[in-house]
Design a protein around this ligand. Sequence first.
Ligand code: HEC
Length: 405
Amino acid sequence: MPRFRDLHISTKFNLIMSVFLIVLLLATAFMTYHRQQTLILRVAVDDARSFARQIIETRDYMSSVVRGEPEKNYSLVPQVVATQVAKRITSGSKYYVRQVSLRYRNPENRPDDYETSQLQIFASKDGGETYRVIKVRGQEAFRYMLPMVAEKSCLECHGDYDSAPSFVKERFPRGHYSYGYKVGEVIGAVSVTIPMADLYRQIGINVALELLYRAVIFIIIILVLGALIRRTVINPVALVSATLSRVTRTGRFDERIPQKSNDELGQLVGAFNAMMEELEHKSLQQQESEERYRGMIEMAHSAIVTFMEDGKIIIANQEAERLFGLSRQELLGERMYGFLEDGTEMEKGVQKFLREGHGGGVGKTTFHRFRNRRGNSTSVEIALSVSRAANKTLFTAILREVSRA
Ligand code: HEC
């Protein structure tokens, strides 16, 4: 796996932005989830409350208007009407509505464990609605309950057995616990249940939508930003870097990059062009001086060779070709020391000079026996000088034949 520092800027940018995106989306998901949860529970409470109120109002209304009608038609009993209304209101929704009582007449209205505990609380103190999320047999559910209080009209059928209508008396004999309520007493409650799975599904949908919405916006921002950075920063820098490496390869200093702006990158391009200008100028000057130097040594009457510390000849003039008895191609690369009888002495001198920075015959004129490749030997006077180029020390020897006296 490549290290982060070796990656392209755009890759780094995309990586950083992706991590940022993920963190942002996680944070959004977390916050949205919580907000949605509170919101959805609030909506659930509001809905449950309004269902419960409608049912209670229906029952109160029925109770206050019915006289003998249920005698003939049982579906006009306030409870039965309210149950039917509740069924119709909630049909097709995720709400389950019941009307329960601790002292029920219809076994269908028997409260479950949770409803029983709430009804007991309602009976012991006059409280309003209650709601919470509870877990029954592994299933979470939202439970809402609103107590129903007996009014005067209710007592007609829920008060004394003796004063109750005959159809009630028939069904529920004397001593049945559904009689004997007093005004103000809690007679039962409307109980609304919503399985949390339904609410969670809604929360999940809302969170997913919100995430999608944010992700799309963020990805658009990343793409636009990325394109902008590529255009304004990465491409110019890449151009400068590519041009630089091409110049290093070809040595052509006449390359220029068009400067399109005056910002920091424009200044970089400008500085690059100025540097190239300077280099071009310098290299031209150097070429000229080299040519002058070559012309000069070519014209010299003495043999001139420049060699490195190991004696390897790298520059030689025409006179040198003649003296050494070799063409220039043959001469370059030969060891200078090999041509002198006391070549090892000169080599030692050069080593000494390199060690100590002086001496070793450098800067002096010395006499040597010279033998060229054809075996001809002659006496030469050698003036040895030193020069430095590109952190290499170069030695130049001017050789003059000494006529045998
Ligand atoms: C006309 C008679 C009548 C009146 C008035 C009446 N009820 Fe009832 N009530 C009944 C009957 C009958 C039932 C049983 C219904 C069934 O079979 O589902 C019942 C059932 C109930 C239940 C369901 C629990 C159970 O016993 O099954 C509640 C709660 C209740 N009534 C409350 C009230 C309240 C509160 C009022 C006054 C606003 C009221 N009732 C007025 C006759 C009456």
